[in-house]
Design a protein around this ligand. Structure first.
Ligand SMILES: [Zn+2]
Length: 341
């Protein structure tokens, strides 16, 4: 299997994982992020963490990667899903059907995955409403909606047969993982901590080379109190909790493992503080929409990145609002933010 296009160059990190029976399988995705890391755990039951997206190419490469370790899809006994994004779960339905494996995921994901296409459509409607409220031009929202539905086929529905809860222990023959819910990047982010080996399966909660974006997502369970989810505030709380864990190696959903999660988290927290300060200065002359702030921060970003950057700006607005430094001004149509000083 070629790994040339993945950033997985950290041979020592992956070798340490392999010595513990955990093999990284880098599966291609059609997304800007590049390959997704699935992990095969040679234990009882034989376990696969995440599946890769729903495509023939991904399935083909996943099967080849399993074969290099002497396994086939049919051998899988347990599939664990780290979070709700389609690059991590798109092959779930196919793999579960072929293997008969048990499927374990955070309890919140059970209804979400059972009706995945419907939930994806509702998520897209939710993000389009957020974009319009925060000043993204209507024609751009339409284009983004089209891109969203074009990619939807890379996901799939799936049946969760074992619902996991925050704080419980997932036991295999040779190891135990503490199941920890760490929302922020997505509402369902779940990490798996092997306390004995000081190893973490991190999903996209932490990534070594790119800041893991706290996307504004429709709350799971469909409960909306009219308020926008505060993804960055939630994400910072989640990172602070993870910072406390003794970990030597964190295996991530994309790219290389993390050896010093404390340094990485501290760097991310510093970055968020600096960005919030920068945005606050932008608001001094006049109130701005989140989209106008994003344009000032990143220029005319690629259309496909618009929701990402909007989520980022809104996250910082939530931080500043919490500290009493900005206020929202809602004209019933578009929301503007103003400095409260
Ligand atoms: Zn993700």
């Amino acid at each position: 299997m070629s790994t040339s296009e993945s950033s997985g160059q950290d041979q020592a990190g992956f070798a340490a994982a392999a010595a513990a029976g955990i093999h990284r399988l880098a599966v291609p995705t059609p997304f800007a992020v590049g390959r997704v890391n699935c992990y095969l755990i040679e234990d009882e039951p034989l376990t696969l963490i995440d599946t890769g997206p729903n495509s023939g190419k991904s399935l083909d490469e996943l099967e080849q990667a399993l074969a290099t370790h002497g396994h086939a899809v049919e051998d899988l006994e347990l599939i664990v899903i780290t979070h709700q994004h389609m690059d991590h779960l798109g092959l779930l339905e196919i793999l579960a059907r072929r293997s008969g494996a048990e499927v374990a995921a955070l309890h919140l994901l059970e209804p979400y995955l059972a009706r995945f296409p419907e939930n994806q459509a509702a998520d897209d409607d939710f993000s389009q409403a957020i974009m319009r409220r925060h000043g993204i031009p209507a024609d751009m929202v339409t284009v983004l909606g089209g891109i969203g539905s074009a990619f939807r086929a890379f996901g799939s529905r799936g049946k969760v047969t074992r619902r996991l809860h925050d704080g419980e222990v997932l036991r295999l023959r040779d190891r135990s993982f503490s199941v920890l819910h760490r929302p922020g990047h997505s509402p369902s982010d779940t990490i798996f901590w092997d306390q004995e080996r000081r190893m973490l399966i991190a999903g996209d909660h932490l990534l070594a080379h790119i800041s893991s974006n706290p996307l504004i997502s429709r709350p799971l369970g469909g409960v909306t109190d009219g308020e926008r989810p505060h993804a960055l505030i939630q994400y910072i709380e989640s990172m602070q909790a993870t910072r406390q864990l003794p970990i030597d190696l964190a295996l991530t959903g994309h790219g290389d493992p993390i050896h010093d999660h404390v340094a990485l988290i501290d760097e991310r927290l510093r970055l968020h503080r600096r960005r919030a300060e920068k945005i606050l200065r932008m608001l001094e002359p006049a109130p701005l929409t989140a989209y106008e702030i994003a344009l000032k921060m990143w220029g005319n970003v690629a259309v496909t990145q618009a929701y990402l950057t909007l989520s980022e700006v809104l996250g910082h607005m939530d931080l500043l609002a919490r500290d009493g430094l900005v206020r929202e001004r809602d004209n019933g149509d578009v929301v503007r933010f103003e400095a409260a000083g």
